[in-house]
Design a binder for this molecule. Structure first.
Ligand code: SF4
Length: 72
């Protein structure tokens, strides 16, 4: 069964490097204020790849079903 995840960005930690959007453009995009948005429909691998690319650990990833934190 496909695992459904969601990502949360800690905007207090995010420094706008856009590593997340470059690593996984299908999951994260930068808006005009250089704030990433986690794509609601992005697949699990893309959400995790973007989170792993963040140099300041601003992205946390959760299982949508159980609410369990799966990254970091
Ligand atoms: S990689 Fe991290 S610091 Fe850079 S824009 Fe994405 S969330 Fe922000």
């Amino acid at each position: 069964m496909k695992r459904l995840l969601r990502a949360e960005i800690d905007r207090a930690l995010c420094v706008g490097t856009s590593n997340c959007a470059e690593a996984a453009p299908e999951a994260y995009e930068m808006d005009e204020d250089c704030v990433p948005h986690a794509g609601a429909e992005a697949d699990a691998a893309a959400l995790l790849a973007g989170a792993e690319a963040c140099p300041v650990g601003a992205i946390r990833v959760f299982d949508r079903g159980s609410g369990e934190q799966v990254y970091p």
